[in-house]
Ligand binder design. Structure first.
Ligand code: FAD
Length: 246
């Protein structure tokens, strides 16, 4: 299996997410019946309703639209970070039920992510890193064997696997949580792996809900940088980059 790269795919989303959010916004401020609302809001009026309600900070209407992503080729280190987001639903490939033995891997080692900094150091560094992963694979295989050689050993043998080990995740977030997630994780202060995944998620949701996510991105896109002394100092160019990619 070896060296992996991140793959992010928007698997499913609420059908016509912007129409539904606009309908919810309209319901709040008009005398219309649910039946009238259920007929929908014409495409030309949707952006107006959405922009108005978002400018007012009435963000609960965004919670009706949800988005489900398949993410693979990412590390357990990313997993620890993304699962801190509590207003989200996760399914994660189990290291208890899915073994990382050589025979199951159909390769030399379990899947893993080589950190950016290691790659920047050059081929020798990448080779050293891969050799270290191979060593961990040996330790893992030895423990599975000592625990009886079957799947009952996976849950404890995995203790010798690294943060670099690949995982696969299905995650669902509603539009409000996604905007919050992008705020934190598209920021230059976020760790490179989750930032790359967040950027990819943002680019994919923009295709299906361009108005909702028009101003989504790190904190500085919607106002002054919230990071204080820890700011990257590049708020202007970061903001331009995210607004341009809309
Ligand atoms: C750059 C960066 C560095 C970080 N470094 C660390 C670190 O060193 N150590 C560490 O432990 N974590 C760290 N984190 C993780 C961070 O502390 C949060 O756990 C994570 O970003 C999720 O944020 P959240 O709680 O706002 O989001 P979510 O869990 O997605 O929640 C969304 C929002 O819902 C509301 N909410 C959710 N649950 C509750 C609740 N129980 N009570 C009240 N309101 C709630 C809050 O308004 C919250 O902002 C870091 C995150 C970033 C982006």
């Amino acid at each position: 299996m070896g060296n992996k790269t991140a793959k992010v795919r928007l698997l499913r989303h609420t059908p016509n997410p912007e129409e539904l959010v606009a309908m919810s916004a309209r319901l709040c401020y008009s005398p219309s019946s649910i039946e009238e609302i259920s007929e929908g809001v014409s495409r030309k009026d949707q952006a107006g309703f959405i922009n108005k309600i978002m400018d007012m900070g009435h963000l609960t209407v965004l919670e009706h639209a949800s988005f489900t992503f398949g993410i693979e080729g990412v590390s357990r280190s990313l997993l620890a970070q993304i699962t801190r987001h509590r207003i989200a639903s996760f399914s994660v490939q189990s290291q208890r039920y899915v073994g990382e033995t050589k025979s199951q891997n159909q390769g030399d080692t379990f899947g893993y992510v080589v950190p950016k900094k290691v790659k920047l150091l050059g081929e020798d560094a990448v080779e050293d890193f891969c050799n270290q992963m191979s060593q961990m694979q040996k330790w893992y295989d030895q423990w599975v064997e000592r625990f009886g050689g079957d799947r009952s050993g996976y849950e404890d043998a995995r203790f010798v696997l690294p943060n670099a080990a690949e995982t696969k995740i299905i995650v669902t977030m509603n539009a409000r949580e996604l905007i919050h997630f992008f705020n934190l994780r598209c920021c230059d202060r976020a760790q490179w792996e989750i930032r790359a995944v967040a950027d990819e998620m943002l680019s994919q949701v923009k295709q299906v809900a361009p108005t909702i996510f028009e101003k989504a991105g790190p904190g500085c896109v919607g106002g002054p940088c919230p990071e204080g002394n820890l700011s990257c100092g590049k708020a202007k160019e970061v903001k331009e980059r995210y607004l341009k990619n809309g």
